[in-house]
Write a protein of this length. Structure first.
Length: 285
């Protein structure tokens, strides 16, 4: 009994959650993080924190536990917004329930959100977050939250592709990262045009270990466009990359001696700036 308790990686919260769509009552699964469960590894250029497998607990992916999902109707959002979902969106969410569940099962067969989380339903939960923010009004900053969810889904599918290389998760990972590329860019454009604020997004993540705030969102909008943006119209791509380069230089003060933005994000912004320059120079050759 004691050994089983020590090897647990998650627990059911004591707090009861009432789904704002179907009114089902459930308990949220939470990650236990102490006792050497999480061994932080490197951070990728996409600001994704990798974790080393623990000898005792094995692989743990904190993103698996981030989304709050109703186990009955599969309505999902970030935890902060789940119980704040406005009544104005309820009918839309209810009307989409059967299709929401069917579409998710089509991507991830055999799902059951009453079971303990794993990589499969962790990735599915982020897909549901991406989908369900269509029901939220613009004052919830849904577009950037959809971008974060799409990127997280892509990362979890990367991990699934490593475990199951013959199941096409690599293709799904790329598809969701391309979706994230569009949504990050769209969120920034909407904010600049005054169409949708970003102020309701209090934690830009994009991972669980650090909030890189608005600067992180700008960095990712540029990085994702460089890596996953359309390449069929090279003139349009060059103009887009030029604009990204100007934004990155302005936000992070690149080329100046100022150290007003220290830390890993500054170094990654420098690398992004350099990589954009390299592609632009190659395109001109």
């Amino acid at each position: 009994m004691n050994e089983d308790k020590e090897l647990k990686v998650s627990f059911q919260s004591k707090e009861e959650y009432n789904c704002p769509v179907c009114m089902t009552t459930f308990h949220r699964e939470e990650l236990l993080s102490g006792s050497g469960r999480l061994i932080a590894g490197i951070m990728t250029d996409e600001l994704h924190r990798l974790y080393e497998p623990s000898v005792k607990y094995g692989e743990i992916h904190p993103l698996v536990y981030q989304a709050t999902v109703c186990p009955e109707c599969w309505f999902a959002s970030i935890e902060k917004d789940f119980l704040s979902f406005p009544a104005s969106g309820k009918n839309t969410a209810l009307a989409d329930e059967k299709k929401r569940i069917a579409d998710t099962k089509n991507l991830f067969p055999g799902l059951d959100f009453r079971r303990s989380r794993n990589l499969i339903n962790g990735a599915a939960s982020q897909y549901l977050v991406l989908r369900c923010y269509d029901y939220f009004p613009k004052d919830f900053s849904p577009t950037i939250k959809q971008g974060i969810a799409a990127l997280r889904a892509g990362w979890l599918m990367d991990h699934l592709a490593e475990k199951y290389p013959d199941q096409h998760f690599d293709w799904l990972a790329l598809t969701f990262k391309k979706k994230a590329q569009f949504l990050y860019g769209e969120a920034v454009l909407r904010e600049q045009a005054g169409k949708e604020t970003l102020s309701a997004c209090k934690n830009f993540g994009p991972d669980t270990d650090k909030n890189y705030s608005y600067e992180g969102a700008l960095y990712l909008s540029g990085l994702l466009k460089l890596k996953y943006g359309p390449k069929n119209d090279m003139e349009m791509r060059k103009a887009s990359l030029d604009e990204i380069k100007r934004i990155i230089a302005k936000i992070f003060g690149l080329g100046k001696t100022s150290k007003s933005r220290p830390g890993p994000l500054l170094e990654k912004a420098r690398n992004l700036y350099s990589n954009i320059n390299q592609e632009l120079h190659e395109a001109d050759d």
